[in-house]
Write a protein that binds this ligand. Structure first.
Ligand code: GLU
Length: 470
């Protein structure tokens, strides 16, 4: 035992993410992928993707696609898999047959009606409903006569005495007495294996050393540990992550309006910002709020996982995204903005990286960056209000002069800046008196970064044509 334990714990780290494709994966779910991925990466181990699709009625290919796309988008790349449980049925059945041959499981013929009656009796007696072991073979015990025409389920012979103990990396020491666990059904009457059994066979076959998953599975863990041991294996290290709550404080779920992960990509969030934000939703490194993917991997371990539920906060997510946007390289940012523009039917050109550099400071998402790039690729429609307020009759002669002078200059920010200053001096105007109307005409809004830089990135003929509309 001790040998096995130390050899497992000295083995290279192998973690897994094992989603059920029964709904579109949301941020709360994907955080359960982030930590095992980060742990494997930080330890030089392997990260395995396993799709738990045995609930055939609720599993869909569309949900699998969102899992794969979402993980690829966030860069949570796996080393092995995806393995699909439905493709491993033969393996589960082999293990079941082996367990049956070794007397680790037994057939139970109790009908659903009998089970219901048993449960009612127990509830009436204020006892916890549980299977009472009627069909469990014991030396010297006479079993009831096998009813005709009934296909039995297979139940696992849970140990009767002692308790299951594990040192959870989040919850600390957890101990559950075996007399609280009844004999779990591990195969249905048609022979198909049940969930907890498949998980254990997979975790053994995939040589998982650390199971990092949501704490909605904590009740399954003692049962799974007993199955591990019956199969002659020491269980992995467990870390059960607290739930992620939505902004209303409810458990994040599709039913409560949680968006599929891929929607955040479409809404203009950056993968590194998402990783940063999600990482902080249940783990900390001192007071650090903004960090790169590499810093996260350098810092991550299982010792600083939080024990209380994280609460999603969209305002904070937008802030984190804005911080990453500001420091992101323009050449890397540009293709992400190009995708947003493409969705609007606009093909970006070589000016896009410079546009990103000019506007990213005032944006929270790549969607907003695409908004700023729009006047460079399509016509602008200044509002009547902005026109009335800024493009007044008094200023029109100055705009006309600026138009004529700009027509003559070399098209770069420095020359444009000098020209603007000359017009201001000649007409005795202050910068905002001219800059605001020019912005309204050229960009459709009076608020922009420095005018010379804004104009220089436009084509000269565009600026001249828009100034003509004064
Ligand atoms: N398939 C389970 C789920 O999506 C996870 C099982 C596990 O991580 O052990 O909740």
């Amino acid at each position: 035992m001790t040998d096995k334990k130390s050899s497992l714990h000295d083995a290279p780290v192998r973690t897994r993410f094992a989603p059920s494709p029964t709904g579109f994966i949301h941020l709360g779910n994907i955080r359960s992928a982030l930590y095992p991925w980060a742990f494997a990466r930080s330890q030089g181990g392997a990260f395995i993707l396993r799709i738990e699709d045995t609930d055939q009625e609720r599993s869909t290919q569309a949900a699998v696609d969102v899992i794969l796309e979402g993980m690829a988008w966030l860069g949570l790349n796996h080393d092995e898999g995806p393995f699909y449980q439905m493709q491993r049925m033969a393996r589960y059945k082999t293990v079941l047959a082996d367990m049956q041959a070794r007397g680790l499981v037994y057939p139970c013929y109790m009908s659903v009606a009998e089970l219901d009656a048993l449960r009612e009796r127990q509830m009436a007696a204020k006892q916890k409903p549980r299977y009472d072991g009627t069909w469990r073979p014991e030396p010297g015990k006479a079993l009831p006569p096998v009813p005709e025409g009934v296909q039995p389920v297979l139940r696992f012979k849970n140990p009767l005495d002692g308790s299951v103990v594990w040192d959870d990396k989040v919850k600390g020491r957890v101990e559950v007495c075996n007399d609280e666990l009844d004999d779990l059904v591990i195969a249905r009457p048609d022979g198909t294996p049940t969930y907890n059994f498949c998980v254990v066979v997979d975790d053994i076959d995939m040589r998982i050393t650390h199971v990092i998953r949501g704490d909605d599975h904590v009740n399954n863990t003692p049962r799974q540990i007993n199955i591990f041991r019956a199969l002659g294996h020491e269980p992995p290290v467990y870390a059960h992550l607290p739930t992620v709550l939505n902004e209303q404080g409810e458990k994040m779920s599709k039913r409560h309006g949680a968006k599929p992960v891929t929607q955040y990509r479409d809404e203009g969030y950056l993968p590194d910002a998402m990783v940063n934000y999600l990482a902080r939703l249940g783990w900390s490194h001192g007071d650090d709020e903004i960090f790169s993917r590499q810093q996260f991997l350098d810092w991550f371990n299982l010792d600083h996982l939080g024990a209380s539920a994280g609460r999603f906060d969209e305002t904070k997510l937008r802030w984190v995204n804005a911080q990453h946007l500001k420091t992101m390289d323009d050449a890397a940012l540009s293709p992400l903005v190009a995708v947003q523009l493409q969705k609007r039917g606009i093909a970006a050109d070589e000016r896009l990286p410079a546009l990103c550099g000019l506007f990213k400071d005032r944006c929270e998402t790549t969607v907003q960056l695409a908004d700023w790039a729009m006047p460079y690729y399509t016509d602008v429609q200044p509002s009547d209000d902005d026109r009335a307020k800024h493009v007044t009759e008094v200023i029109q002669p100055a705009i006309a002069t600026l138009h004529d002078k700009l027509a003559e200059v070399r098209w770069d920010a420095a020359s444009i800046g000098t020209t603007i200053k000359e017009v201001l001096a000649a007409q005795q105007l202050k910068m905002p008196q001219l800059a605001m109307p020019v912005r309204v005409l050229v960009m459709g809004t009076p608020q922009t970064p420095s005018l010379d830089a804004v104009l220089a990135l436009h084509h000269k003929e565009t600026v001249l044509a828009r100034l003509k509309k004064a």
